[in-house]
Every structure is written in C-alpha cells, then in structure tokens.
Design a protein around this ligand. Sequence first.
Ligand SMILES: Nc1ncnc2c1ncn2[C@@H]1O[C@H](COP(=O)(O)OP(=O)(O)OP(=O)(O)O)[C@@H](O)[C@H]1O
Length: 298
Amino acid sequence: MTSTLTISRLTKTFGGVHALSDVSLRVEPGERVALLGHNGAGKSTMMKIILGLIAPDSGDISVCGAAPGGALARSKVAYLPENAAFHSALTGLEQITHYMRLRGVDPAGAMDLLDRVGLAHAARRRIGTYSKGMRQRVGLAQALIGHPALLVLDEPTSGLDPVSRRDFYELLDTLAAEGAAILLSSHALTEVEARTDRLLILSGGKMVAEGTLTDLRSKAALPVAMQITAINGYDRDIMAVFPDAIRIGDRLQLSCAQADKLATLAQISALRGKVADLDVIPPSLEDIYSHFSRRDGQ
Ligand SMILES: Nc1ncnc2c1ncn2[C@@H]1O[C@H](COP(=O)(O)OP(=O)(O)OP(=O)(O)O)[C@@H](O)[C@H]1O
C-alpha cells in the first residue's frame, strides 16, 4: 500500500531558527494522526510544506506520490485553517458552490456536501448568521470538495463546544473509514487521545515521540498512581505496607513504576478486608506530552 503522505528528513530554518530539524513521518490511507506540540514547535511549518506553500531546505516529501504544490498533490490535499474566514453576506450554499467552481468540480453536489457536514437546514442562510461551529462545518465542507485523499486540519476544534467537537470527530471517523488520511494539529490533548490512531509530538522542530498512546505510555515509562480507600480504621495498616503513600482527602495515594504494577496490586490484594476501594490511574496524555516535550529543555 502506498502511503498518502511520506516525509523524510525534512529540515526548514528561518534565519537562525530551526523550525523543523530532520523530521520523518508517514501517514497511511484511513489513518487519523494528531500533530502535537507547544507554540512554535513547528506544526504550521510542516503543514505549509505539505500544502506546497513553502519549500523545505532539505529532505523529501511526497503527497500521494507527488511533490507538494503541484497539480496532482493539490487535487489530493485539502486544508482547513484554524480560523477559516468566509464571506458573511453569502449563504453556505453560495459559498460552497463558489469553491466547487473554483476547484473545477460540478457545483450540483454543493447541497449534498452541506448535508454531509450537518448544514443542510441552514444552507440558504447567510454565513454572517452562523455560529462558530457552523462556520467550522462550512470549512470542513470546503475541505471535502473533490474527495481529498489527505485532510490537513489546523486546530479544527478550537472554540467548538463539546457536542460540536463530538460531531466533528464523528465526521472525521466516517471520512477515515472511507480511506481519507487525516493529519490534524491540536492543543486539546485528551480529545485527540480518544479520537486519533497515532500521535506525533514535535518539540523545538524535532519529532520527539511518535506512536499510539499505548506506545508512548510504555516508552515514557511514567509511574502509575493508585488510590486506595481504606475501610474505617485501617488507614494505619495500609500506611504500614506503603509508608510513602500520601493522604488525598479520604484516600491514600501511592505511586509505582510500570514494572512494579502487578506486584503492588498483589500487595493491595493481600490487604483484602481493609480496603474498601481501589482506583488505578495511568499517566494522562498531558503527563506523557510534558515528559517528551521537556526533553529538549522546553
Ligand atoms: N516566516 C517565518 N519567519 C521567521 N520565523 C518563522 C516563520 N515561520 C515560522 N517561524 C518560526 O519557526 C518556528 C516554528 O513555527 P510554527 O509556526 O511552525 O510553530 P507552530 O507549532 O505552528 O506554533 P503554534 O502552535 O503557535 O501555531 C517558530 O520559532 C517560529 O517563530
């Protein structure tokens, strides 16, 4: 299978700033990949290179087997900027019809596209009357013109309410199931944790981590927290076994290395009769993200 996007040893500097250093990645058809990184990590630079808006200093990049910016790559890639701006006097239908004509696609399908993003009911209303979530849907409809093989989405859910976010990701799931590759940047870590197949973490222009959340969790090897609720009066017995446990409200919290997790659970299990409840709390994506992002002294 040919990868939809292949990037190999990409480097880009602006003056003395290393925006991207030796970055490589692949995105396969149907994959949903999240690009994470703090402000200035290099996410937008990478997107601009994929779109063919700027050229790298060195490295190779191919979009559906073609060079970015050329006619073939442009016909295969769609882009949704973070704050897509539309003409407020046009209706959603007029705006999408206009974009379809620009792209050389039959505008007869404009209503179907708006229906796909849940905007059919408002298609004949002016965009100036749309909510932020509705304008974002116009942006997505625009991005879907011509069945792109790769969707590049820059913080697509920033400013959306939880229900609009869920709807947005459900639509992305459908597109991915149809074979589109999706590369989206985000600062909303918990959201992408649940909604993407793979995470890429850029820090200071370098790719510092790549993989599924399970991969990253195991590479980071961060400690696991366990919170024990003691049966009344047995706190001391539990503290005797786990002297480093700290009290948080009415619970005792201890932390153990990943490798010691089962042994610690066995110790807790041996305290049966003294323990009312137990929660095992794995490191969050925020913890894992900070772990990798800090590596570079950020
Ligand atoms: N045209 C430019 N001229 C000079 N420096 C630039 C230019 N574009 C980007 N940079 C620098 O390159 C680095 C990476 O910027 P980039 O915009 O790619 O980061 P980002 O991860 O998209 O950040 P954000 O989350 O804030 O959008 C930053 O240090 C930025 O200041």
